[in-house]
Design a protein around this ligand. Structure first.
Ligand code: CTP
Ligand code: CA
Length: 227
């Protein structure tokens, strides 16, 4: 019924969304992760599907129900996320990179559980993960690339630096020091920074409503790009 009331303005469009954290295993019972419920990415996937898009959702571990009609690809680590995302980028017209990707992974994963008396657990050697979004930004093609930036300080400077470094069309920035919006909750309040220098401060709203706003902006950018 919801679909009947929703304009199908994304029909014919393929939208790729990443959501949730990644999980970088230390041993079979321990891992390093980032804070992310996946709610923002899942809301985007659901809203895009309701508007008629073909939607693929590449998701790290979350507790959320799979949005109806969305193709879900479950991944664990950042490396797995990269392997799921890059081959699907070519077919996507709009990409939302909402996942909170771990920047580092343990250099080795122990196949057996490490024991605190026997193994040295006080130090874990880490190595850098690939920056999936930066790789997407280097691909040729007219797709629209939307990144996310969760910041505790210097929001504008940090977000706009990522916008240009990763060659994005739009970055969605939020202040994660606030408890009423962002992490874990169903509401968000974000600032948008566009590649052409425009900016837009959005009011506090539900993540589903915000998903609709972000899809409006991405669709407008897509139309600009493809003429
Ligand atoms: N991102 C990614 N791959 C990574 C790290 C980040 O694709 N290895 C993407 C995120 O999905 C997000 C954007 O890049 O859309 C910004 O992520 P963020 O963690 O804020 O930026 P970083 O470039 O990792 O910088 P830092 O964590 O040092 O602030
Ligand atoms: Ca990061």
């Amino acid at each position: 019924a919801l679909k009947l009331l929703t304009p199908q303005d994304l029909a014919g469009e393929t939208v790729l969304v990443t959501a949730g954290p990644t999980r970088e295993e230390i041993d079979p019972v321990r891992y390093i992760t980032n804070r992310s419920s996946g709610k923002m990415g899942y809301a985007i996937a659901r809203a895009a599907r309701l508007r008629g898009a073909r939607v693929t959702l590449v998701s790290g571990p979350t507790c959320l129900p799979v949005p109806r009609g969305v193709e879900l690809v479950r991944v664990g680590s950042a490396v797995e996320m990269r392997e799921a995302v890059l081959p699907r980028a070519d077919g996507a017209g709009i990409i939302f990179k909402a996942a909170a990707v771990a920047d580092y992974r343990p250099t080795v994963r122990a196949s057996q559980k490490l024991k605190k008396g026997k193994d040295d657990l006080s130090r874990i050697e880490l190595e850098r993960n690939p920056d999936i979004l930066a790789e997407l930004g280097r691909l040729p093609g007219g797709r629209v690339l939307v990144g996310f930036a969760a910041e505790t300080d210097e929001l504008e400077a940090n977000a706009t630096a990522k916008l240009s470094a990763k060659n994005l069309d739009l970055i969605v920035a939020n202040d994660v020091t606030r408890e009423d919006v962002g992490f874990d909750v169903d509401t968000n309040e974000v600032r948008l920074f566009f590649a052409d220098g425009r900016r837009l401060d959005l009011a506090k709203m539900s993540k589903f409503e915000l998903a609709g706003e972000l899809l409006d902006q991405a669709l407008a950018l897509k139309k600009q790009k493809t003429g």
